[in-house]
Design a protein around this ligand. Structure first.
Ligand SMILES: Nc1ccn([C@@H]2O[C@H](COP(=O)(O)OP(=O)(O)OP(=O)(O)O)[C@@H](O)[C@H]2O)c(=O)n1
Ligand SMILES: C[C@](O)(CO)[C@H](O)COP(=O)(O)O
Length: 230
């Protein structure tokens, strides 16, 4: 079974908005609507499980009935990793089911990339992540936002989501390795000494983190012919 697990319990502090960014208006829908709409187009997904904060006061104000495979768990935690672990421990999945963890904050996901990812990884011994090779030159900043040095970029990729791992192994990895260094599922799996696969993603699969990202996401949705009202 393939289960999309959508961590959506963040507060969006870098967005500088009272409303958590997953509920901010994007092309006339709440941002997370676009994320769920993309996942709903992936026929290979059996379940779509959203993890929201127990204190979430926005979710119930929307009608999600159009999403037939959708489930919501009010078990978000203090960190993204905790929200994902709580979701894995609550969703009552089989240990060998695949969990595809996808940020609610990535609304421009191309469903075809997820289908391709499942094809590439369904028989893989570990699992893997969508990612894109680093294209820019990288600088390490020092005091006063001056360049300390140029960081070699050969072989560097930027991790995206979904990140696809077996439910039991991912829950074990997160429970064993939780900490500030665990900012994605793959980093917990790597701590077990395993090497997840990099699956080519898209620069359009951006994470809406800062206010300017919202405008870029709207442009991408318009360019990709998303079926929301623009
Ligand atoms: N305790 C948390 C923190 C984050 N997330 C989710 O993880 C995804 C990626 O996290 P991020 O972009 O950092 O979202 P926020 O934590 O909300 O943003 P910020 O770090 O700016 O506060 C988001 O969909 C967010 O809702 C979560 O489920 N639980
Ligand atoms: C999981 C992730 O989107 C991969 O790039 C990223 O690590 C999330 O980081 P955030 O600080 O929780 O947004």
């Amino acid at each position: 079974m393939n289960i999309a697990l959508v961590p959506a319990a963040g507060s969006g502090s870098r967005m500088a908005s009272v409303t958590p960014k997953q509920y901010l208006d994007l092309a006339s829908k709440p941002l997370i609507w676009h994320t769920l709409s993309a996942l709903a187009k992936v026929a290979e997904l059996d379940r779509i499980v959203v993890v929201i904060s127990p204190e979430d006061e926005w979710w119930d104000s929307f009608d999600w009935s159009e999403f037939k495979r959708l489930e919501v768990l009010r078990c978000g935690g203090a960190s993204r990793a905790e929200s994902v672990l709580n979701g894995l421990q609550t969703l009552q999945a089989g240990p060998e089911d695949w969990a595809l963890v996808h940020d609610a904050a990535r609304p421009c996901l191309d469903p075809a990339l997820v289908s391709q990812m499942i094809i590439e990884l369904v028989n893989h011994p570990i699992g893997g992540i969508l990612a894109v090779p680093v294209a820019d030159t990288l600088k390490l900043a020092q005091a006063g936002q001056h360049i300390a040095h140029t960081h070699p970029r050969n072989g560097l990729w930027q991790a995206q989501t979904p990140q696809m791992f077996r439910v039991a192994q991912l829950a074990h990895a997160l429970a064993a390795g939780m900490g500030p260094d665990i900012t994605d599922e793959a980093s917990a799996i790597e701590k077990l000494g395993l090497q997840p696969k990099l699956v080519m993603g898209s620069p359009w699969n951006l994470k809406v983190t800062y206010p300017q990202d919202l405008r870029l996401a709207k442009l991408i949705l318009a360019a990709t012919g998303d079926n929301s009202e623009i």
